[in-house]
Ligand binder design. Structure first.
Ligand code: ZN
Length: 330
């Protein structure tokens, strides 16, 4: 935000920004902060408290418009969705009117790579002849999928994953309580957008807890039960690939945590809220076993991405997770 804050303070506002970064890194958070800052009435915008800031946050500000993917949706699988020329024409029509109640009209285009060629060309005309009091913010995971002519008309800002302590302090500034901020920062893999979403919506943490519990059950289960689990995950994969890949990522992180605990670096684990379970579980495995499980989880993920038979890949994984001995999991 600092670059944007400085530009705002100096009155050096670009007519169009292009925010580039991986899913959930915080592109939408930054775009919404900018939209609030542009329309905020306070001396140090965005204050987050004035009517204008609250309306933007609640997606009810008449001068802030979102097109493309809904906020929070980074789905890379919905590539068949297109942002059409009609949508861009509507947007241009609105852009030509003065702001209804704010200082600026802000158009956020989420998933700008989804612009059809026609739509991108149409948008380009607007970017070349910018109206005053209108700011475009384009969000994309990959700006190479956008026409170079569009990219060249925007101020490009690349967002990279942050260090865990940076996420933690950003969450703290947003009023998230310290223990939760610490946990979310570690779980976020540097993606502030995810951390902010998870702070506001418990279902993300619940889903993560469910995936870890599933792993703990598998560790204790016999082969029959493990094959049932493989079958369930395989059928889930046919409907929601990313959910299963996310499960495998969480499992891999869990076993990495186990390595850290075994090596005496328990303070560095990702799953800091489950440190007691990790400590307990670490007694059942040695380092080579934990490393081997990580390799098998990674191999299963690779095979799924390469469209191998999902059931087979997951069954192989299930066979390769060594059973934990008598361990009580919390
Ligand atoms: Zn405000």
């Amino acid at each position: 935000m600092s670059l944007l804050q400085r530009s705002l303070a100096k009155g050096l506002l670009a007519h169009a920004y292009l925010l580039v970064g991986p899913p959930r890194v915080g592109k939408m958070t930054l775009a919404m902060d900018l939209a609030r800052a542009l329309n905020c009435a306070a001396a140090e915008p965005p204050c987050g408290e004035c009517v204008s800031c609250q309306r933007v946050a609640a997606a009810k500000h008449p001068d802030v418009q979102l097109i493309g993917l809904p906020a929070g949706d980074n789905s890379v699988e919905k590539t068949r969705i297109e942002i059409s020329i009609e949508q861009i024409r509507d947007l241009q029509h609105t852009a030509n009117l003065p702001p209804f109640e704010g200082k600026y009209k802000v158009f956020i285009i989420n998933g700008a790579e989804l612009l059809s060629n026609e739509a991108a060309n149409c948008l380009l005309k607007t970017l070349e002849e910018p109206a005053s009091q209108v700011v475009f913010i384009l969000l994309t995971t990959n700006d190479r999928l956008l026409p170079a002519t569009v990219v060249s008309r925007c101020q490009r800002l690349e967002l990279r994953p942050l260090a865990a302590n940076e996420v933690e302090s950003a969450l703290g500034k947003r009023g998230i309580e310290p223990a939760k901020a610490r946990l979310l920062a570690r779980l976020s893999r540097g993606c502030l957008g995810w951390a902010i979403a998870a702070a506001a919506d418990d279902s993300l943490l619940d889903a993560r807890a469910e995936k870890i519990d599933r792993l703990l059950n598998i560790v204790r289960a016999d082969y029959d039960e493990r094959f049932v689990q493989a079958g369930q995950l395989a059928s889930q994969f046919s409907q929601n690939r990313s959910a299963v890949l996310e499960t495998l990522d969480l499992w891999r992180d869990w076993w990495r945590d186990l390595l850290l605990v075994k090596a005496g670096f328990g303070e560095g684990v990702t799953n800091i809220d489950r440190l007691a379970v990790l400590d307990e579980m670490a007694k059942s495995y040695d380092l080579p076993q934990a490393r081997m499980v990580i390799n098998h989880i990674q191999a299963a993920g690779e095979q799924l991405k390469l469209n191998a038979n999902p059931r087979l890949a997951l069954e192989v994984l299930m066979l390769n997770i060594p059973a934990g001995s008598v361990v009580k999991y919390g």
